[in-house]
Design a protein. Structure first.
Length: 254
């Protein structure tokens, strides 16, 4: 996608990668709308970063997505980019169903149904724009499993295949599908991940992503160098070795 002159909605961007990306995109001359559940964080972002609009949204709630979409489009009828950033990650023990079932259901609702519902809410509007982009967010763990996060891995694998499939379906439209594939990044996605030496510093990650957006405007997948160890393990014939390395190194996976 072009790096400037867009109107971009990023649900799930009150912290971490989402917020850092929102600020960088605004600095590049885009109109940015940040979405999130917690009004206190939205108010703080609006106060600290003039020009950024905010909308309350819970991407695990279908009615909230529908209401937020109406609000965003009423205020920003020129919206042309949707970044489905919201996601959750939890450690699970699959030896006992009572210890993982509720977590698994919540992850699937947020990480899979959330993006599907968001795309459904905006696709007709985006198709009517001269040029539009949907950015999905998968993970390096869509390609290499981390033992302690089965449902998260599966949800991100689903997003990868969803992205591949709808890109084919929408090839006859002006809507581009770009898949963002982060490695472990120093955010609060899991407890302790912000301090993990195995995770990529947030500022370095976002800087590399912005460079890729700018230098590869036709890219289908946005992959920083660090995630390619996971993304292409099977293609290199190293799948088993990489699985073993990922699961022996760090509880957060990298």
């Amino acid at each position: 996608m072009d790096i400037t002159g867009n109107t971009i909605f990023i649900p799930g961007s009150t912290s971490g990668i989402g917020l850092a990306l929102a600020l960088e995109l605004q600095a590049k001359g885009n109109t940015v709308i940040v979405g999130g559940r917690r009004t206190e964080l939205l108010d703080q972002i609006a106060a600290e970063h003039p020009g950024i609009d905010t909308v309350q949204i819970d991407t695990a709630d279908a009615a909230s997505i529908e209401a937020a979409a109406k609000q965003v489009l009423a205020r920003h009828p020129d919206l042309n980019v949707l970044i489905t950033m919201a996601g959750i990650m939890r450690v699970e023990d699959w030896h006992r169903p009572e210890s993982f079932l509720a977590s698994a259901e919540s992850i699937v609702t947020t990480n899979v149904l959330g993006p599907i519902r968001l795309i459904a809410a905006f696709i007709e509007h985006l198709r009517a724009q001269p040029d539009a982009t949907i950015v999905t967010v998968s993970s390096g763990l869509a390609f290499i499993p981390l033992k302690v996060t089965p449902s998260y891995n599966a949800s991100k694998a689903a997003i990868h295949m969803l992205s591949e499939s709808i890109r084919l379906q929408l090839a006859d439209t002006n809507v581009k599908i770009v898949e963002l594939e982060p490695p472990a990044v120093r955010t609060s996605l899991l407890p302790g991940q912000e301090e993990s030496e195995f995770a990529m510093p947030l500022d370095e990650y976002v800087a590399e992503v912005m460079e890729l957006f700018e230098t590869r405007p036709d890219a289908k997948e946005i992959q920083v160098e660090r995630v390619k160890f996971l993304r292409y393990a099977e293609a290199r014939g190293e799948y088993d070795q990489v699985v073993a390395t990922v699961n022996a190194s760090d509880p957060h996976g990298k």
